[in-house]
Ligand binder design. Structure first.
Ligand SMILES: Cc1cc2nc3c(=O)[nH]c(=O)nc-3n(C[C@H](O)[C@H](O)[C@H](O)COP(=O)(O)OP(=O)(O)OC[C@H]3O[C@@H](n4cnc5c(N)ncnc54)[C@H](O)[C@@H]3O)c2cc1C
Length: 422
């Protein structure tokens, strides 16, 4: 049986759910196919940046977002030894009411978007439904094949959007191949139980050839261990005891918590990729989010860039989709709008990896270069620059007028109304 929708979205991650919500609010019939049964997937980052918090407020979702379990991260600081700590990125210096990164479980954010989108008549979400291929007619993509709880099927669509992440099947099927940039690091994520009075801000810890970042959460610590690319097998072969010893060396004040790490199965490997498509569209198909550009975890910007892509796509395409004219020109405008912010952040991530992460995991340095630390220590206003690049990005998108709902006041908004959109 072949069904029809106006916009078919493959993948219900941050990009897909935000795009679905916005287009549905514009009255565009939209169907999201998500292969998982729910959003309770593996850990995939929990950072919701000020640009996204502001957007949620503009969408009238500020209060619902504020009610989610979350902790606030207002700066990134490096210990210098002897109790001295130097702040390198200070989100409290950002303009506007949102001056922290909200650490919110990604599944809670996705549930919130799904529930808001579910209030729109034009929106359909099908979970447990995996896109398995594309439908083509005369070279144009006209929808997708899927496998779902009821078996296999086809959906025809005026536009298909690949939001299926860094390993995008849709992108591959469309013959789009991203350009890969060299990456020398991988990340391993795990949790340590309980909160700690020793770790109350995002805390990088560096030892010779070892480097980790601890992110305090309400009742646990989220840890990212950064190491040399391609060493996952080696790390696992050494076993959990050796890994615990590495971690304990960097977190000597948390022996019980580190001791609670029982198995390498609790340690999730992130094969860090940094890539970008040259062209984000073909006839009838557009790629956004990780499907268009996988980001390094440096700065934790992947979720927020995916959301920003979705806002730009909805802003530029809702009108053409309603008029049945989402042609190549309209699709190309999405990439043009999002290219500069993406390129700049990826460039910064590459520089940060080279200057910061690589020397630390190679044991050549125990923190950021001394001159950089001295500079931000003496000129603290400079910490606003990385805060702005991480927290707001270069071109942070506002909710389009058609998607805005009553101007909700978030408790964090300090009584300021959201900025007007385009
Ligand atoms: C371990 C880890 C830690 C991370 N930490 C952070 C962080 O701290 N901060 C941050 O900003 N980013 C982080 N990221 C990156 C972040 O998760 C992504 O950049 C972001 O989620 C991209 O959003 P997206 O919607 O483009 O893709 P994704 O979030 O990858 O969503 C893709 C969706 O498509 C679905 N899907 C895939 N294939 C199909 C198919 N064939 N059919 C149907 N559905 C399909 C998937 O199930 C998924 O739900 C992390 C990633 C990982 C893996």
């Amino acid at each position: 049986m072949t069904e029809h929708t106006t916009c078919l979205i493959a993948g219900g991650g941050p990009a897909g759910m935000m795009l679905g919500l916005l287009l549905a609010r514009a009255g565009v019939a939209v169907t999201v196919l998500e292969k998982h049964d729910d959003f309770l997937r593996d850990f995939r980052g929990d950072t919701v940046h000020p640009s996204t918090v502001r957007l949620l407020d503009e969408l009238g979702l500020g209060e619902r977002f504020a009610a989610l379990p979350q902790s606030a991260l207002d700066r990134v600081a490096f210990p210098l030894g002897g109790g001295r700590v130097v702040t390198v990125a200070d989100f409290r210096r950002l303009p506007g009411p949102y001056r922290h990164i909200a650490m919110v479980p990604q599944w809670d954010l996705l549930d919130l978007l799904a529930s808001a989108a579910g209030e729109e008549a034009a929106f359909t979400l099908r979970t447990g439904t995996e896109v398995t291929g594309l439908l083509r007619e005369g070279g144009r993509v006209v929808g997708a094949r899927y496998r779902g709880p009821g078996g296999e099927g086809e959906i025809r669509a005026d536009l298909t959007v690949a939001c299926d992440g860094r390993g995008s099947l849709v992108r591959r099927e469309a013959g789009l191949v991203p350009r890969e940039f060299p990456v020398g690091i991988d990340a391993w994520w795990f949790r340590l139980p309980g909160a700690s009075e020793h770790v109350t801000a995002l805390t990088p810890r560096v030892g010779l050839g070892r480097f980790l970042v601890v992110i305090p959460r309400e009742d646990f610590l989220q840890v990212a261990y950064i190491g040399r690319k391609g060493t996952d097998r080696e790390l696992r072969a050494r076993g959990v005891e050796a890994f615990r010893a590495d971690v304990a060396e960097l977190l000597p004040e948390l022996p019980d918590q580190v001791g609670a790490l029982e198995s390498m199965d609790q340690v999730k490997h992130l094969d860090v990729r940094l890539n970008r498509l040259r062209r984000w569209h073909t006839d009838g198909l557009l790629c956004i989010g990780d499907a268009a550009h996988a980001m390094s975890p440096i700065g934790g910007v992947g979720i927020n860039l995916a959301v920003q892509d979705a806002v730009a796509a909805a802003t530029l395409l809702a009108g053409p989709l309603r008029a049945g004219r989402a042609d190549a020109g309209a699709l190309a405008r999405v990439r043009r709008r999002r290219l500069l912010p993406t390129v700049v952040v990826q460039l910064l991530q590459r520089v940060m990896e080279k200057l910061l992460a690589q020397p630390m995991i190679q044991g050549r340095r125990l923190g950021p270069p001394r001159p950089v630390l001295a500079l931000v220590e003496h000129l603290p206003f400079l910490t606003a620059v990385p805060a702005r690049l991480i927290g707001l990005g270069l071109r942070s998108e506002h909710a389009p007028g058609f998607a805005r709902r009553r101007p909700a006041r978030s408790p964090r908004a300090g009584g300021t109304d959201p900025a007007p959109g385009p």
